[in-house]
Design a binder for this molecule. Sequence first.
Ligand SMILES: NC(=O)C1=CN([C@@H]2O[C@H](COP(=O)(O)OP(=O)(O)OC[C@H]3O[C@@H](n4cnc5c(N)ncnc54)[C@H](OP(=O)(O)O)[C@@H]3O)[C@@H](O)[C@H]2O)C=CC1
Ligand SMILES: O=C(O)CCC(=O)C(=O)O
Length: 440
Amino acid sequence: MALNAWRRAVCSTRLLAQTFDAGAQLRAKSSHSENTNIFIREALKELEYPVKLQKLLLTPQREVLVELVITKDSGEIETYNAYRVQHDDSRGPYKGGLRYHPAVDLDDVRSLASLMTWKTAVMDIPFGGAKGGVTVDPKLLSERELEKLTRKLVQSIKDVIGPHEDIPAPDMNTGAREMAWFFDEYSKFAGFSPGVVTGKPVHLHGSYGREAATGRGTVFATRELLKAFHMGGIAGKNFVIQGFGNVGAWAAEILADMGGKVLAVSDAWGAVENAEGLAVKELRRHLAAGGKLADFPGGQAIDKDTILAHPCDVLIPAAIGGVLDEETAKDVQAKFVVEAANGPTTPGGDAVLRERGIEVLPDIYTNGGGVTVSFFEWVQNLQNFRWEEAEVNKRLDRCMTEAFAAVWDIHRQKKVPLRTAAFVLALQRVTRAHIHRGFD
Ligand SMILES: NC(=O)C1=CN([C@@H]2O[C@H](COP(=O)(O)OP(=O)(O)OC[C@H]3O[C@@H](n4cnc5c(N)ncnc54)[C@H](OP(=O)(O)O)[C@@H]3O)[C@@H](O)[C@H]2O)C=CC1
Ligand SMILES: O=C(O)CCC(=O)C(=O)O
């Protein structure tokens, strides 16, 4: 069914060029999901879709809220709120990570689930978008308590997930360990099901290359961006990274391996700089041995709150959402912002960066390497087969390069920012899937 047929079928042409903004009207204050919708609506202006179609694209298909109860090591009973939001499955099973964070709420998860829909579409992998979250500070729980919590989560949402329905993965404060518990618990109910979750340990049906994939994909994305702006390669460029967890640390290590200078990095507790470039592998060894960023002997401690204003060629936010707002964006001293984190820039921050001529490579493309290698892991699980790491990385490189070219084409043709171009591409792909599948 062509778009015109959709128009005839469900919508009066009078409504065509309006932009659906019921969420904005309902919500008095700004929220992560509303911020995401502002970006989507900006792209929708380029597409002139019917209002009802816009509503369908913006609205999550299912939101699950559960309460997880565990007995703590102390014998006390504790409860935690957990969420799984399934935004869109028109292009394939729902897909998206699982975040453990004290500040996570339904609105965050709603926003992150929507971003997953557009990310899988930009990367052109056959998945939809979902996200999960548990409101918990995992640093306050023992390993045994975390395992109980993860198993309780599986018990609570097992009926809405599955290898062909919804496939979780790691996000902030979750990794291979949690994914192994998840796979084990789900398999108790459904039988052996490695494809129910990705990001598993390599020795337990995980894929080579998944752990580093988001960071590696961010580096490939940065390489393509620099090339498109005729700025040469990674070698010799200066980078600053906020967040030194899975994504930030792998991006830093791969950038340094390629000759980039990582001038400064931060985490939730501190930051460290070295004007000659940090020895990233040494820094990671220092942290693995229990050290802090601030006491790394190969650099000088700096105030973590200055990290986004640190001068560099490329600033890479790789931690939480909403850090680049109207105020902090004014202080950025970088030529490019490469969004490895999900939703690091607010619409207000985006406008400031745009005015200041700072180019932003958006999250729904930049950090798509993680879900792309999750797709490779899922395919390997379904086939009971394993690819070599070199094969995984080569395929990831190709996907990142092709997706960049597709976004860049729209950026040039429509003369829109890269973020809008990425959303236009994703909206077109998701809409095409909906129309081909039909609505009855
Ligand atoms: N893991 C993945 O495959 C993917 C992750 N992403 C996104 O990348 C981002 C990072 O995820 P990931 O690396 O997996 O998460 P991790 O939990 O591994 O690491 C998060 C990092 O951010 C730091 N951090 C947390 N809060 C702050 C803060 N307020 N200021 C500065 N740093 C902070 C943490 O510090 P500390 O350790 O001190 O708490 C840690 O260094 C998230 O936005 C996530 O959604 C996107 C795609 C895939
Ligand atoms: O690997 C995945 O399936 C999803 C990772 C994720 O949560 C993300 O890309 O934000």
